[in-house]
Design a protein around this ligand. Sequence first.
Ligand SMILES: C[S@@+](CC[C@H](N)C(=O)[O-])C[C@H]1O[C@@H](n2cnc3c(N)ncnc32)[C@H](O)[C@@H]1O
Length: 243
Amino acid sequence: MSLPFYIDKEIYKDHLVNDLNVPASSIVNIYPKKAPFFLYKENGLHFALNISDNKFIHIDFLKGQMGWRLKRSEHETLIKKALGKKSSNLKIFDGTAGFLSDTLIFLALGHKVIACEQSYVMFMLLNDAIYRAKEELNFLENLNLVHGNAVDLYNNTENIDLIYLDPMYPINKKNSLRSGNMNDIKNILKIEMIKDLEDQIFFDLKKQQYKKIVLKRPIKSKIIDNNLNYQVKGKSTRFDVYI
Ligand SMILES: C[S@@+](CC[C@H](N)C(=O)[O-])C[C@H]1O[C@@H](n2cnc3c(N)ncnc32)[C@H](O)[C@@H]1O
């Protein structure tokens, strides 16, 4: 699916083509009448989901809750426990990149990460956010963000210490904390006509060779595979660990 990239200043064109690999043929100078489309402004790339609601999605790692979490990554005790004893230098395969929040914490803790995202829209928004933050967040050099299906991409990787998965799940009142972000991803996947298979990614990767799988789940959700080794539980989230 080819989505237009709207720019109101010609100077943005080179950056989009050369730094973000946007095909020159997708760049337009006339504001699209209908969403969806990308929009590039001074502060980076945005994705227009719905013009009438003024619903634009934009990722900034340095601001808001993410910026704050990154400044105190040492306090991420739950994630640290789930990753295990080795405090740094793990090679982590994050099969469900999303907004990259979990991966950024892994990187801030000193690990290397290959992160996969099936949505092109999310991938482009992330690439742009990475580009803007890379001078401030040196650890981004330890990240390899790839677009595609994680189950296929895993076959091309070597020496992975840990597979991390945070699949999509149905939103209800009990787990509505992250529902804003999840809804945005769901709407984007709908536009791209990608059918998210939720927990299937776990079962597919569990068939492969692995050292350890850490599966993030809402705290009260069912255990999806009883062969788990241990759990790390927080208030709203838990990590099910398979070795
Ligand atoms: C719940 S979100 C992950 C949120 C992420 N952990 C974070 O911290 O922002 C799940 C994401 O994984 C992606 N995803 C799901 N299955 C995938 C697969 N098989 N391959 C690549 N990406 C996948 C979805 O498109 C979605 O963006």
